[in-house]
Ligand binder design. Sequence first.
Ligand SMILES: Cc1cc2nc3c(=O)[nH]c(=O)nc-3n(C[C@H](O)[C@H](O)[C@H](O)COP(=O)(O)OP(=O)(O)OC[C@H]3O[C@@H](n4cnc5c(N)ncnc54)[C@H](O)[C@@H]3O)c2cc1C
Length: 426
Amino acid sequence: MSANQPLAQPSPTVAVIGSGPSGCYTAQFLRKELPGAEISIFEAMPVPYGLVRYGVAADHQGTKAVTRQFDRMFERSGITFVGNTRIGVDIDFETITDAFDIVVIATGLPDDRALPIPRDEGAHVIGAGKLLRTLNAFPEEATVSSAPLDEELGDDLIVIGQGNVAVDVVRLLTKPAHHLTGSDIHDRARDLLRPTPPKSIRVIGRSPAENAKFDLAMLRELCGLDSIGIDVEGLDDSAQGAVAELLRQAQRQPAVTTEDDSTGRTRVTFHFETVPTAVRRDDTRTVLDVAIASGETKSFAADAVITAIGFCQADDDRDDVPVAAWSGAHVYRVGWLDRGGRGNIAENRKHAQTVAKTIVADVAGGVIPHGAPGLAAIEPHLPLTTVGFAGWQAIDEAERRNADTGRCRRKITDLDEMLAIAHATS
Ligand SMILES: Cc1cc2nc3c(=O)[nH]c(=O)nc-3n(C[C@H](O)[C@H](O)[C@H](O)COP(=O)(O)OP(=O)(O)OC[C@H]3O[C@@H](n4cnc5c(N)ncnc54)[C@H](O)[C@@H]3O)c2cc1C
């Protein structure tokens, strides 16, 4: 080759499994760095974007708007969306690794982490992820482990956790309907879960206020709701930091301060340095036993306990996708699957960039042999019900068109209906 001849651009074939932010950002970075690459994103659901659609709270449309840039990516960058195709169920993982030079697994962490304490059979314990999926209109029959909730939560609730997901839960259960204008909340599900606002919510966590993981902006938004009154327990006068300050201030507002509240507001009590020790079933109620910093123990009775303590891999026996065992010399992992259920969308973007850089370096260094055929080799194996990007656009358009008054979309919860709309376009 002469010195003046340009170096040939490597053009590997890339499969990304999972179309949440980690998968989409990785594809976006790879497209930039490897313009000749053939990139396909496989997604289990007929619709893309993972937890941006089914996790991020319905009243935070600004956050959900990140999907617009991913839509543009599919429209303009020649990246192929292969929806309604669950790798490990519809197509073997090995078929994918054989067909593509590079495989990026970005399947996230779908299940709520269980409370690691003794729990009575029949205690009413619900994962926050499941609750927020329900309020985000997750399709009923999508997977065994993620079926939405279908019963009333009750008047007195306990939320365990000191992060933003706990705040999302409290806010969405207490926010007055008129503050949900512009959202795409699943109104039927919210009415079923809480026909009236809860009377009390205890937010319980083991950390002192200065170590709680609540984002200040999220907490401020919650404290600003006129539908709740704030109380705090386990916050001594010496507690420092912005969370302690904010809650002290919120507590001072004329608010609900007695058990026999007559204001109609939900009494939200933050408990710090409070460690759950057991969940019991007591007649019709669920009781949470806790140990507090002083060494005392207490018990709180509630109608339901909602856990917001993180996420984990789905139980393989139920959903039959052994993601943990997926590996290979040209296989990479990104996002929540790799880092655990921590970090927001921006952190996944950073991680995607790092993983994309590693891939590009491996390609440049000859670590990854290329020449695998890519999507063409997979097409004969694709289920007939696969949804392409045009199919997603048709679903998106139908959801927006059918939005109820005051809502930005009405999400379709029936998978067959989604597929019918998607396939009518093709
Ligand atoms: C309740 C909740 C609220 C949140 N709110 C915010 C917020 O307000 N702001 C913020 O920045 N972050 C928020 N986050 C965090 C954010 O959603 C995550 O950081 C991000 O979605 C993780 O991205 P991911 O791509 O790793 O996983 P995911 O978003 O979970 O995407 C994984 C994708 O892989 C697909 N998949 C799984 N298995 C397969 C398979 N076998 N084959 C094909 N596809 C598969 C899934 O269907 C899914 O689409 C929230 C998270 C939760 C749970």
